[in-house]
Design a protein around this ligand. Sequence first.
Ligand code: GLA
Length: 382
Amino acid sequence: MSLSEIEKKFKELYGKKPLLVRSPGRINLIGEHTDYNDGFVFPAAIDKEVLFAVSANDQNKFRFYAYDLDEHFEMKVEDLKISDSQWANYLLGVAAQFKKEGYEIKGVDCVFGGDIPLGAGLSSSAAIENGFGFALNEIYGLGESRMEMILKSQMAEHEYAGVMCGIMDQFASMNGKKDHALKLDCRSLDFEYANIDLKDYNILLCDTRVKHELASSEYNTRRKECETGVKILQKYNKEIKALRDVTPELLKEHQEEFDAVVYKRCAYVVNENKRVEEAFEALKHNDLELFGELMYQSHEGLRDEYEVSCKELDLLNSIARRSDDVVGARMMGGGFGGCTINIVKKEKTANFSKEIEKEYLEKTGTHLKIYKVKIADGTGLI
Ligand code: GLA
């Protein structure tokens, strides 16, 4: 599916010339489940994206067409609410945020489609929310900043998809920059770009092609467990607002007051936050070995302490860990399926791909999907 196909379909359906927008998915180098703990993350936008053709209409209707699914959706603007269509909810959720702020959205015609695999943990939903919000902002001349649009996309996810996500995905998709990852402080929302020149290495995503049911309910449970931990420590220091404010030493000091599960969750987050800072420094000094080691540690924490991995992700990770062709690997995103991210020697990429595909098929009966990704610009006009 190409841009010209999206544009052609739009003209066919609505008979006019649309505004064209692209919005990318994201990877995350390190810093998982830290965003909603006011911590640090290190994501980047990628060259897998959702393309939009959008225009205002005078019918007081939302008229959407999902190209990849070949599905239409329609709703009157005055009836704006959560629908039975999961994909339409991402768009409606964003429109609802604009409406809440008092902007008058009349009708919208929209055709969209893309190549971000669904359910693979590459944030196709954030890409859709950002792209649609960006387009609305343009066609209605609303003058919203990127930050305001990011927050609207995040709220759409909370209110229309029921996932209490942090800010990482929407932020990375909107503010990505070609060949750069961004280290984001999820409390202050300050960020710094880091040039990612992996020289002799590729970024390879290995897609388990499983998405376990648990994903969104467990996500919300993890958030609550972290909040429980914060409440315990707040008794000793009122300045503690989130796990971001907790050192490993302080946590250890109060271990007996914690339920064992809550303790494990908190220990993971506190250590992962430290790892992001270390990984950022390691990359700055071209220390890819250390960077890779931190990725492996991150995976172990997600598997054993935060318990959001699954056997398929663990299998992929252990194959990578055994291989001399890989410098670092870990599960990526919310967990319970989706992809691992692997930093693989360029000249060994074909070899490693073959090996991991073979072993994954033998042990799970599923064909792995592998994506070689490049770091790309964030949401924008075409
Ligand atoms: C999902 C959420 C993000 C983040 C990651 C885990 O992708 O949308 O906000 O919490 O999981 O790091």
